[in-house]
Design a binder for this molecule. Sequence first.
Ligand code: IMP
Ligand code: MG
Length: 178
Amino acid sequence: MQEIHIHDKIFIPYLPQQQVEAAIQELADTISRDYKGRHPLFIAILNGSFMFAAELFKRLSIPAEICFIKLASYKGTTSAGHVITSVGLDTEIKDRHVIILEDILDTGKTLHSFLPQLYNMQPASLKIAALLHKPDATVHDVPLDYNGFKIPDKFVVGFGLDYNGYGRNIPAIYQVKE
Ligand code: IMP
Ligand code: MG
């Protein structure tokens, strides 16, 4: 494997495809065990999580549903600043066992703003799965229940993650070269 160029940056191989897929298989096995008989509803947050969601979902050995949503962030009129709303949440989540799928948990800002809205919809339970987690970037603590890899606070692309729109199709994780 070698360096790749995206826009003005160079990225170097970090997590090979096999390793990423093995970690996802393990997550799928664990979730299948934990949710046996509970018919969970996965909510994948677009765009970044589409590849993780597909790879995880096809490896589940239990009946489950999935829906895909987009989070739109805009400047609110309150002092709270950014307000996050979801687009495309068309499945009733009341009394459902919900698992959020994220590509990466970085500062935690996105989920920190969005989780209260989900709790308001009264799911039976709510857990979070993220393929990647940057613990050193944490600004808001978000409980992470299932995680593939803890990684340093460096920008990564591939497996659905992008740098200004590009790099999502790379079937492995690449890290920015500094
Ligand atoms: P948070 O709100 O800071 O946790 O941001 C999470 C979102 O930022 C992720 O869902 C990604 O879309 C994006 N993001 C954070 N770090 C990276 C990265 O290293 N590469 C690509 N996207 C990232
Ligand atoms: Mg994202």
